[in-house]
Design a protein around this ligand. Sequence first.
Ligand SMILES: NC(=O)C1=CN([C@@H]2O[C@H](COP(=O)(O)OP(=O)(O)OC[C@H]3O[C@@H](n4cnc5c(N)ncnc54)[C@H](OP(=O)(O)O)[C@@H]3O)[C@@H](O)[C@H]2O)C=CC1
Ligand SMILES: CC(C)(CO)C(=O)C(=O)O
Length: 289
Amino acid sequence: MLILREQRLREIAGKSTQLKPELELVDNHRRQLFDIAIADKHHIDSPIKRLIVATKARDTLQAVRDIVPHLAKDAVVLLLQNGMGSQDAVNALLEGHNVWAGTTTDGAWKAAENQENPARWTVHHAGHGQTWIGPLNASTAPFSETPLSELTSISRLTIHPCDNIQERLWLKLAINSAINGLTAVYLCRNGELLSCPNRWQQVNALCEETTRLMTRLKIHCDINLQEQTREVLQRTANNYSSTFQDVSHGRLTELPFINGFLLDQARQIGMELPSHHALMEQLKQQGIH
Ligand SMILES: NC(=O)C1=CN([C@@H]2O[C@H](COP(=O)(O)OP(=O)(O)OC[C@H]3O[C@@H](n4cnc5c(N)ncnc54)[C@H](OP(=O)(O)O)[C@@H]3O)[C@@H](O)[C@H]2O)C=CC1
Ligand SMILES: CC(C)(CO)C(=O)C(=O)O
């Protein structure tokens, strides 16, 4: 079942008297159509045993808060957001529940609304990558014993259960914090951060500060962040980052959960991150939040 915001469900219902909710999945020109059920928080009729939250980081806490009363006692919740901060907020809200987080290098995008059937969601699986899933609480059951293990039967996904999801989230965030904000400042493709010496210097300064912070916080990181970021920039040189896309569509970005999260962590231990600070100030001046 796809749980929507009340307003979204109302909008869709207002456009069609006969709703036929469907998910169309497009993958390498192959199309598959699935009948799905949809509901808002007022129309969930049985306790939820497995919940996958795929909102942007800003919306996650509210989305979960809205449906807490519908969660089964032994529900397993999987959070799939970029950045950090939202996972801990939900974990605190759902104390005693089985909360997991994931991070992925898969890429997908939702097509514009279907005019004939506003209750059809077309999702393009644009890039195949890897997904890591791990528990946020130490005491959770092993992955293989949770309903999340069924996700491994989806052949188009490569899923790795892991015990160190916090480190995985940090690593992804560390890379995103050196790329995403700058692509919004310069409104450029990822590769231009590498080919323009001044921008590459800024990437390096951000990486250096993040590495120092992670070392101070004893976050295990056995990679060279500059090198890893260079590798991601080379591999995604022609891509526009998710933050660039948010800005181009006039949406709020996830940067408060990326660079903003790093600045919060640094503040708590009295450390300064001048390059991250300057980047966030620059973005604010450009009206990017
Ligand atoms: N897309 C990708 O390729 C990747 C995405 N990610 C991460 O995954 C997360 C989701 O990204 P993405 O799918 O692209 O984002 P989208 O904005 O495309 O989708 C998020 C959806 O969440 C819905 N939503 C927001 N609030 C609620 C709520 N309270 N109840 C129910 N639904 C709600 C929105 O609904 P509405 O239509 O009402 O606005 C929207 O459809 C982000 O953190 C992103 O960084 C990570 C890697 C790759
Ligand atoms: C790695 C990168 C920067 C690829 O575009 C990404 O994850 C994003 O755009 O959010």
